[in-house]
Design a protein around this ligand. Structure first.
Ligand SMILES: [Fe+2]
Ligand SMILES: [Fe+2]
Length: 248
């Protein structure tokens, strides 16, 4: 029995693929097949796989059904959280999605799932991604205040959702947590954030996030130990489609 995680499958069995990097970069070539084979090699039916957002390019559920069927066909128990591209998933309608796909898939939003004596908590998250202004040495010296104010609102909303997830688990007696985000937990300056603070407040053992694609983005946020918690990037292309083993 093991817990695995990965994000950013960006499936497109029923939708148009528009991302230039996904069309161009070698790591994305037949990635659905590579990932399926890796899962079949690594996971048993007793294992749990958390898919942390950007599941599909489809804009509505009718454009994602084949993508979700592909996920259903992977071994083990599958738990999904939201990414910024998951237009098919209205956070307020998570109950309906679960009604459609239970017991084959679990859509986690404003809730938690248990794994042994751990609670798996999470939300999409958010981080301000710029624009940043840099000096000639590439050091960030300023940023767009309007965009920053907008980002702060989205961060606040996501922090409320994350707290709901933690508090439900806490009320049920859980004291060990694995925290999942789609967005990185910090901005590119790797400053502490509401998300890193909450991981510390509840003592999350690990924080797993995705969203960062391509060599130039893989180090946009913290990896390894940061302020006493352990952070892992688990975007599919970073992991080369091999799910990250989070717990044995
Ligand atoms: Fe993505
Ligand atoms: Fe994303």
């Amino acid at each position: 029995m093991a817990l695995y995680a990965i994000g950013d499958l960006h499936l497109h069995f029923q939708s148009e693929l528009r991302a230039p990097s996904q069309l161009r970069d070698r790591v994305w070539r037949n990635h659905e097949e590579t990932f399926r084979k890796n899962c079949e090699r690594l996971l048993t039916p007793e294992d749990t796989l958390v898919l942390i957002g950007d599941h599909s390019w489809g804009k509505k559920l009718s454009e994602c059904e084949k993508d979700l069927e592909y996920i259903c066909g992977l071994p083990g128990r599958k738990i999904l959280t939201r990414g910024n591209h998951d237009m098919f998933w209205d956070a307020k309608k998570t109950k309906q999605l679960n009604a459609l796909y239970q017991p084959r898939l679990t859509f986690l939003q404003d809730s938690y799932e248990s794994y042994q004596d751990y609670a798996l908590v999470g939300t999409k998250g958010y981080t301000f991604e710029g624009p940043f202004w840099v000096d000639r040495r590439g050091r960030v010296v300023d940023w767009d205040e309007g965009e920053k104010a907008h980002a702060d609102k989205l961060v606040e909303r996501e922090l409320v959702r994350l707290r709901t997830s933690f508090e439900l688990a806490w009320a049920d007696g859980y004291r060990k947590f694995i925290m999942f985000l789609h967005y990185p937990p910090t901005n590119i300056l790797e400053q502490r954030s509401g998300f890193t603070d909450m991981a510390e407040e509840f003592g999350a053992d690990q924080v797993i996030y995705a969203h960062c694609h391509g060599e130039s983005r893989f180090h946009d946020s913290v990896q390894g130990v940061f302020r006493g918690r352990t952070y892992h990037l688990a975007s599919g292309d970073f992991l080369r489609w091999q799910p990250l083993k989070v717990l044995p």
